[in-house]
Design a protein around this ligand. Structure first.
Ligand SMILES: Nc1ncnc2c1ncn2[C@@H]1O[C@H](COP(=O)(O)OP(=O)(O)O)[C@@H](O)[C@H]1O
Ligand SMILES: [Mg+2]
Length: 356
């Protein structure tokens, strides 16, 4: 539905130029909940603003339903935006806010009223339809902002960190709401967040960005299980990074070897970085195909559901294991203990040896 090809955006000229987007290419399918995820300053808002038409691109193409829209004015694009600051009209009622764009388009009164009621029902705000928007809570304002953006029936809804002003509990509720809304309307959502948990729980697919460049586009599960580089592996979830040697179909860490896990590119032999998630590190012998080492326990951090065991390998590499706590379970390990640790072969992932 939306094809973004080699999209580049540069702000300013000469020495002071900032390239906010470097040849970004991605395709979004109709009805997808698609998320742009990355740290502050990575270009998420810039990409949304280019899609919305608030900024012209410096290069590349934006193709919607087969038509290049890169130079189309914003009000002609079948796209609407929900901003972090809801920007409601405070003196207007909830219903007036939701109907504003439709009235401005000169739609018949009866039609405006019908759409407004439908949108208010969708965001469960019918009972507050006549309240001034200044007298609403943050969560309620967010619902009105959503209804207002949905009212002109855009093909794509752009959402720029719409939940980041809400407190944690409300934010979790609105995450569920937003997902329900997207599923009920079947609309295409392009959602921006810097919060990896929010991205993982809500999205069909996620594009991870860093420094104006796409790092990886995949489903939440695939991003977590099969990160393609060190940036993605550390931005999404927690990871251990270990120096390893790859040689003759084997992978070796501190003298312990296992066969290369499937999917390891066998392009070259030599030093590689291997990643393993803390919950996959086994305290003990592990399965027969595991790499087995000894680690020294430095710190235990109790999290209720699990305990994080911070350790060091013989060569000083830090290692964290996450062990689920059993009901009335005893101590898993003590600080200062030397413990056997195992990395099952299928939990290892080889990353390109580049600093992200
Ligand atoms: N209007 C602008 N003029 C100059 N630089 C800008 C402008 N808008 C954004 N930038 C720069 O582009 C980069 C990406 O910004 P932005 O898209 O807002 O990131 P994000 O939304 O991921 O936090 C940043 O380095 C930012 O300073
Ligand atoms: Mg932003």
């Amino acid at each position: 539905m939306l094809d973004i090809r080699d999209l580049t955006k540069q702000f300013g000229k000469g020495d002071s130029a900032v390239t906010a987007l470097h040849q970004v290419s991605l395709s979004i399918a109709e009805g997808e909940f698609f998320t742009l995820l990355g740290p502050s300053g990575c270009g998420k808002t810039t990409l949304l603003r280019l899609i919305a038409g608030f900024e012209p691109p410096s290069g590349g193409a934006l193709v919607l339903d087969g038509k290049d829209i890169a130079l189309m004015p914003p009000n002609q694009r079948p796209v609407n935006t929900v901003f972090q600051s809801y920007a409601l009209f405070p003196h207007m009622t909830v219903a007036q806010n939701v109907g504003f764009a439709l009235e401005a388009q000169g739609r018949p009164k009866a039609e405006v009223a019908r759409v407004v009621e439908k949108m208010l029902a969708l965001v469960q705000m019918t009972h507050l339809r006549d309240r001034k928007s200044a007298a609403l809570s943050g969560g309620q304002q967010q619902r009105v902002a959503l209804a207002r953006a949905l009212a002109p029936q855009p093909r794509i809804l752009l959402l720029d960190e719409p939940l980041s002003a809400l407190d944690m509990k409300l934010r979790k509720e609105m995450q569920v709401e937003l997902k329900r809304l997207q599923q009920e309307t079947g609309l295409t959502f392009i959602f921006v967040t810097h919060d990896q948990e929010e991205a993982l729980t809500m999205s069909d697919r996620i594009a991870v960005m860093n420094g104006g460049r796409l790092q990886q586009i995949a489903s939440p599960r695939e991003l977590y299980d099969l990160p393609e580089n060190r940036f993605v592996a550390s931005f999404i979830g927690e990871s251990n990074f270990l120096m390893a040697q790859k040689l003759a179909g084997m992978i070796e860490i501190e003298g312990s070897k296992t066969a290369l896990p499937s999917g390891f590119a066998a392009a070259y032999d030599g030093p590689v970085i291997v990643m393993i998630r803390p919950e996959h590190v086994v305290l003990g012998q592990g399965p027969s195909d595991a790499i087995r080492l000894t680690a020294q326990v430095e710190r235990l951090v109790y999290f209720g559901t699990d305990t994080h065991i911070h350790m060091r390998l013989r060569d000083g590499t830090p290692l964290v294991a996450r062990v689920q706590n059993a009901l009335r379970g005893g101590a898993i390990a003590k600080v200062g203990d030397s413990v056997p640790v195992a990395f099952p072969q299928d939990a290892l992932r080889l990353l390109p040896d580049t600093e992200a």
